[in-house]
Design a protein around this ligand. Structure first.
Ligand code: NDP
Length: 276
């Protein structure tokens, strides 16, 4: 792979939160960053304060194959390679399992899981041709520990974890590396954009749901900035042999480690004490 400082990076969901912080950090380090948002009609470019790095924001909806095709076509018209894909776009739907319609469950998976699948399938042919590439999927601690009233969000991230582990083995033969970052609570636009299932505020689960949501929102709003997650992404980019996953933040690393060691019933007890 060429020197880091001329690499082309594509980050989905770079208009806010973790994606935006990553895009600006990489631009300042000299990368050619293509960031995406559903909300822009045409491209806009910001240049790094020093060096040749830039951030070009381009339109993309990871739920639309046509939008993905246009995005990849655009980048390959501008650049001769796509070196790094960061699948970051995502959102959360909250509500009990019983209160979740199929359409709501699908909507959650459409962005958080199928969106990543579409993006990987769109970029892999070019990465195989280049005989190198790096894909970083932004998962979640909720992809390792399931959270009540966020079951579809957790399920979409568990599915992402499973796909990422398999993809990593499959594409190694082509010189392509795959890794995940698992953020814990992070202060971003995620909380304000969280959607609720249609009858979550008017159902037999509503009292516990409301308490649980209050805890989640308080924890997210008091959480650290995306810096920890950006540092984990940088560690992967700078590694010759990136790990399968990096859980961002010391306390979450301990939590994930304990989940593997402790009996499942104990983990369930702790999670239900926090959220239910
Ligand atoms: P934000 O809401 O701040 O940012 C989400 C980004 O995703 C936005 O830029 C948004 O862009 C983009 N997006 C959403 N849906 C789509 C779509 N269909 N197509 C393309 N882009 C889309 O949230 P975060 O920065 O917190 O989230 C980033 C990732 O981190 C997500 O995958 C999330 O699951 C994960 N995460 C977040 C945690 C947290 O506590 N914040 C904890 C664990 C994981 P736009 O609306 O402009 O299109």
């Amino acid at each position: 792979m060429q020197n880091n400082y001329s690499k082309v990076v594509l980050i989905t969901g770079a208009s806010s939160g973790i994606g935006k912080a990553t895009a600006y950090t990489l631009m300042e380090k000299g990368f050619k960053v293509y960031g995406t948002s559903r909300k822009i009609a045409s491209e806009t470019t910001v240049k790094a304060k020093k060096g040749n790095g830039f951030l070009k924001m381009i339109p993309l909806d990871v739920c639309s194959q046509e939008s993905i095709d246009n995005c990849i076509k655009y980048i390959l018209k501008e650049e001769s390679s796509i070196d790094i894909l960061i699948n970051n776009a995502g959102f959360g739907i909250a509500g009990s399992v019983e209160d979740t319609s199929f359409e709501e469950a699908f909507k959650q998976f459409d962005t958080n899981f199928f969106g990543v699948l579409r993006m990987c399938r769109a970029v892999l042919p070019k990465m195989r041709e280049q005989k190198n590439g790096l894909i970083i999927n932004i998962s979640s601690v909720a992809g390792l520990i399931s959270i009540p009233y966020q079951s579809m969000y957790s399920a979409s991230k568990y599915a992402l974890e499973a796909m990422t582990e398999a993809l990593r083995i499959e594409v190694k033969q082509f010189g392509i590396k795959v890794s995940m970052v698992e953020p814990g609570d992070t202060k971003t636009g995620f909380t304000a954009k969280r959607e609720y299932t249609h009858n979550s505020l008017n159902s037999v689960y509503s009292d516990k749901f409301k308490k649980s949501i209050k805890t989640m929102e308080r924890d997210e709003q008091n959480a650290p900035s995306p810096k920890l997650v950006v540092n984990a992404i940088l560690k992967i980019i700078n590694s010759d042999n990136p790990p399968i996953r990096i859980t961002a933040g010391f306390s979450y690393k301990i939590l994930v480690f304990l989940k593997r060691l402790l009996p499942s019933r104990f983990v369930e007890y702790v999670v239900s004490k926090i959220y239910s």
